[in-house]
Design a protein around this ligand. Structure first.
Ligand SMILES: NC(=O)c1ccc[n+]([C@@H]2O[C@H](COP(=O)([O-])OP(=O)(O)OC[C@H]3O[C@@H](n4cnc5c(N)ncnc54)[C@H](OP(=O)(O)O)[C@@H]3O)[C@@H](O)[C@H]2O)c1
Length: 288
């Protein structure tokens, strides 16, 4: 069924993949802010009036909210910006959705958890370890009481990202250049290829509540080794290291892998980490 969708953050890494996928079958109005692109409408989500006016004009059935300040270290330095872009923008998107009776699908993150346990279920209590995660967790709470809302947590595996180098692209390019790389063997998530994520989001248009989306628990080293093998690269250049010894300005959680059994039980959606890596490798032309 064709839906009318406002997609916030359509100029971003995830948003541009969603724009490409969803506009094939749906009427999607994509929004951007500082990085305009053809076909996107510029709108600042830090203030509520513009998105409310747009929602009243466009009358979306769904607001798909992907906006975020994703630079984790910057969020720790610039608390106001993190709060504005991650949290307040979500309140503004929710108020706009509510004003026209639209559903809101909010893009959150597995980073809301402390990372001490791993294989987190939806009922586990988040405990953010940095301000990025804190503002993302507060953003989830901005949907409190609105029944027509869906919150999704995951880790993205992708090649392209707006203006940023992704983990996969960095790794493949380094190994092709014969450069040794170090990958954490003790930092875990549940990688999901961005195209699978886009398909699953479409499948969840009518879902409510909170879902964890992902494959299985893999360390960064495991994901890197699988990517190297899928691209026929020299895995002996990959050294396994520990994230415990790493120093980053903002702390990072160690194990934010997700238990995705609720998604499988309710919607029949499931995958493996290896299948996700293979999908990524199959989609990338040899010259890139
Ligand atoms: N990347 C991951 O691995 C990952 C994992 C889990 C969850 N997430 C979540 O997924 C979402 C997208 O992540 P991403 O990596 O695609 O981020 P991204 O590439 O940095 O994109 C962020 C988007 O937010 C928009 N934006 C920023 N400030 C805005 C403002 N004031 N008003 C309106 N739009 C604004 C940007 O627009 P302009 O560029 O035009 O300014 C851009 O479209 C985020 O919510 C993130 O927390 C990401």
């Amino acid at each position: 069924m064709k839906r009318k969708i406002i997609l916030t953050g359509a100029s971003g890494g995830l948003g541009s993949a969603l724009m490409a996928k969803l506009s094939q079958h749906h009427d999607v109005l994509g929004l951007c802010h500082a990085n305009p692109a053809p076909g996107l409408k510029e709108l600042d989500l830090r203030e509520p009036a513009a998105i409310q006016k747009l929602a009243k004009e466009f009358q979306p059935e769904i607001i798909l909210h992907t906006v975020g300040l994703t630079d984790v270290d910057r969020c720790d330095r610039d608390l106001e910006a993190a709060l504005d872009i991650n949290t307040r923008s979500t309140l503004h998107a929710r108020l706009a959705a509510e004003a026209v009776g639209a559903r809101i699908i909010h893009i959150s993150t597995n980073d809301v958890f402390s990372g001490e346990q791993g294989l987190y279920r939806e009922q586990d209590i988040p405990l953010p370890v940095n301000f990025y995660s804190q503002t993302k967790y507060m953003a989830e709470q901005m949907l409190y009481g609105y029944q027509k809302s869906l919150i999704l947590r995951f880790t993205i595996l992708s090649w392209y990202a707006s203006g940023k180098t992704t983990f996969a692209a960095w790794l493949v390019k380094s190994l092709r250049a014969g450069k040794p790389v170090s990958l954490y063997g003790d930092q875990y998530n549940s990688p999901l290829y961005v195209e699978t994520l886009a398909e699953w989001i479409e499948a969840l248009f009518d879902a409510n509540g909170l879902y964890h989306l992902g494959s299985e628990r893999w360390s960064r080293w495991q994901t890197g080794m699988a990517i190297a093998q899928a691209f026929n690269l020299d895995t002996s250049l990959i050294q396994k290291t520990s994230a415990v010894l790493a120093h980053t300005p903002a702390p990072r959680p160690l194990d934010v892998s997700l238990d995705c059994s609720k998604l499988k039980a309710d919607w029949g959606l499931t995958t493996t980490a290896l299948a996700e890596v293979k999908r990524l490798a199959d989609a990338i032309p040899d010259h890139l």
